[in-house]
Design a protein around this ligand. Structure first.
Ligand SMILES: Cc1cc2nc3c(=O)[nH]c(=O)nc-3n(C[C@H](O)[C@H](O)[C@H](O)COP(=O)(O)OP(=O)(O)OC[C@H]3O[C@@H](n4cnc5c(N)ncnc54)[C@H](O)[C@@H]3O)c2cc1C
Length: 389
């Protein structure tokens, strides 16, 4: 591309969010740079926390530095530009991104988004960060952990987890572990699971999760839905209400509003609508992966498994979009391995018909997660590894 005066203008790749779907692209920044492309990464935190180990961090099994990727050093260590900010709006016609914290507009030739998702927030009316702690962002669980320990030191109290899915189960189990290991008192833990705990999972999986939680003394409330959380009070749709010193909101996630706000085509839940090439259905220079997309060929569960599997397709398609070449389609696998961390060193394994709970499942998850962390902490060069030590 030539600008007036004849000087070649560098083609710009901008990445919004250093999410799980961008890990391979982040690791390849040096290669993008070698081919003459400028790379800018926008993220509101210098780190990305690995959600698979988030509940374990809450329970005290992992230190925060063990479960995070040093996005900023990975980017800067390879000659990319890191912008500590939140992308606010994309202008797909001018090909610019505006930021929440500055007036700068980032120009792009190719844009890719892995900005993740947010807890729906429909029930959290007041007290977020004080009495109410959403399951995401994962770094919020760090502050929550300190608060749980302070409460447990002060005297008996009640903790509530709202949500009937895997993250609610993992949070409840790890709250129990945290208080058992480090708390002076044992808070009462209630899990408000909606109509039925793990209703979208195989029956045996739900049975084993329920048994493990009940054995820990966690009370599972099923039937009514929590409709509102206000300053430590939970209001249920059967008209009853209850109180808790801390409430964890794990009521499911949705993509943020950025795509809708930017006038981009979105799916039914507001995710960037992409085709099989993880490419916006209207703007071919915009790509995305992970929780923030709606995959047009078929709906995908919002799990890290898909974000991780999209990594290489996204990286290769970004290269192809910048320098020309064929795009690769993403073919999602049908089923996937799940291992839930139930706390107290117990995991719950599920793959097709094979479902079991126990210490081995936890050790396997721990091994897989640590190996994943090592791979990507090293991937971006020594800067990332050093910062995480
Ligand atoms: C408690 C919990 C446990 C989970 N455990 C598992 C598990 O064991 N296995 C599994 O497969 N899945 C798990 N998941 C789901 C998993 O977290 C997501 O599917 C995965 O993180 C999605 O990756 P992503 O790339 O879309 O975004 P994320 O990994 O969430 O990353 C998004 C990044 O974008 C940044 N960002 C956000 N908004 C902006 C913006 N406007 N501008 C710039 N940057 C922005 C964020 O700061 C973040 O760094 C879990 C989820 C939760 C809540």
């Amino acid at each position: 591309v030539l600008i007036p005066g004849g000087k070649a203008m560098q083609r710009e790749l901008v990445l919004l969010g250093g999410g799980h779907a961008h890990l391979s692209t982040l690791a390849a920044i040096a290669s993008f740079r070698e081919r003459g492309f400028a790379v800018t990464v926008v993220q509101p935190s210098p780190w990305l926390y690995y959600s698979g180990m988030g509940p374990g961090m809450l329970g005290g099994s992992y230190r925060p530095e063990e479960i995070r990727f040093a996005t900023r050093s990975v980017v800067e260590g390879q000659g990319g530009r890191f912008v500590l900010d939140r992308a606010e709006r994309i202008d797909p016609v001018a090909r610019t991104v505006s930021l929440a914290g500055s007036a700068e507009e980032l120009r792009y030739d190719v844009l890719s988004c892995s900005v993740g998702s947010e807890v729906r927030g429909g029930v959290s009316a007041e007290g977020v960060g004080e009495t109410v702690f959403p399951a995401k962002p994962i770094e919020g669980l760090l502050a929550a952990k300190e608060r749980v320990l302070a409460l447990a030191a002060a005297g008996p109290c009640r903790l509530a987890v709202v949500g009937g899915g895997p993250s609610a189960v993992e949070i409840a189990g790890n709250l129990h572990q945290l208080c058992r290991r480090f708390g002076r008192n044992r808070p009462e833990i209630l899990l408000y699971a909606g109509r039925r705990l793990l209703s979208r999972q195989p029956e045996r999986l739900a049975f084993l999760a329920r048994k493990a939680l009940l054995d820990k003394g966690i009370r599972i409330v099923e039937g009514p839905y929590v409709v509102r959380l206000v300053s430590g009070r939970l209001f249920l749709d059967d008209g009853s209400d209850s109180q808790a010193a801390m409430i964890f909101d794990a009521t499911g996630v949705l993509p943020g509003k950025i795509f809708h706000r930017s006038g981009l085509p979105v799916g039914p839940d507001g995710g960037l609508l992409v085709n099989a090439f993880l490419q916006s259905v209207r703007y071919p220079e915009i790509f995305g992966g992970g929780d923030c997309i709606s995959f047009e060929p078929r709906p995908l569960a919002r799990v890290g498994v898909y974000a991780v599997r999209q990594n290489l397709v996204l990286r290769d398609n970004l290269f192809a979009a910048l320098q020309g070449g064929p795009l690769t389609p993403f073919s999602p696998q049908e089923g996937y391995l799940q291992i839930f961390n139930l706390g107290d060193g117990v995991g719950l394994f599920s793959r097709r018909w094979c479902i079991f709970a126990g210490r081995f499942a936890f050790l396997l998850k721990d091994w897989i997660d640590r190996r994943f962390m090592r791979t990507y902490q090293r991937a971006g060069g020594t800067g990332a590894v050093m910062e995480n030590r």
